[in-house]
Write a protein that binds this ligand. Sequence first.
Ligand SMILES: Cc1cc2nc3c(=O)[nH]c(=O)nc-3n(C[C@H](O)[C@H](O)[C@H](O)COP(=O)(O)O)c2cc1C
Length: 286
Amino acid sequence: MTASGTFGYGTEYSQLFDIQELGAIICKGTTLKPREGNPQPRLVETASGVINSIGLQNIGVKALIKEKAPVWAEWQVPVIVNIAGDTVEEYGKLAQELDGVKGISGIEVNISCPNVKCGGAAFGADAESAAAVTKAVRKATSLPVIVKLTPNAGDIAGVARAVVDAGADAVSLINSVKGMAIDIKTRRPVIGNVTGGLSGPAIKPIALAMVYEVAGAVKVPVIGCGGIATAQDALEFIMAGASAVQVGSATYSNPRASLDILEGIKSYLEKEGIKKLAEIIGAARK
Ligand SMILES: Cc1cc2nc3c(=O)[nH]c(=O)nc-3n(C[C@H](O)[C@H](O)[C@H](O)COP(=O)(O)O)c2cc1C
């Protein structure tokens, strides 16, 4: 899958490679009303990663349903809509709006955005509020519900258990890790919003350990994400217990990274004589 916020609405990349080959596309985080996002600068490259503070710039759910969903309905690749709200009620409303819309195959609930003032990561940092959001979404839709967890939580396994008890069909993790950079010439933070979310290879070991921990704590499928740039990275997540993976920042240096990784996984399975990916899910746990 492509990770939310790094692959637009899929349409942008359909010119570059055959996106229909992918497992799924997760679109940019979507809110009830359109959002302009945070002040610039919003992106800075760091050692082995990137810090972003986009602040959920998006076209809003109404425009998404009107302009994007009809395009997706023609695609073979399933599109999952990533949603974010400021209140529990907003999450419920978003799920309700998306329910039954042709072209939308599932919802990924972002309770883990580090770049917005209210909601976002605040919901994901605490098991009780994460469960409340999940319940509201579950009640409002019959679509598959994936809850995306934040690494900026004290007890990520506890949050995972709470959202599964509240009705999540799967969990995805991790979102970006809170980070910062300072320009020593201006003596000011580089990012307009002071801090942002760190992603890319720098966070892979953190993500992998969290996927390993969460996969041992819940019975639903776990989707691994964080610093995956090669098939080898993806296979590590699968062996830690992930049933699927998302590719995010790697797309910036190689727009077809997600497809290259998929092809790399296939050739690894062939070479190793493994018939089904399921045979190696959680292999490192046994
Ligand atoms: C520019 C940018 C925008 C992002 N926007 C979203 C978003 O809207 N919703 C969300 O759940 N995650 C968002 N993310 C987080 C990614 O989906 C992913 O969880 C994170 O970047 C870690 O994966 P990676 O290291 O492969 O990039 C964004 C990441 C980046 C770099």
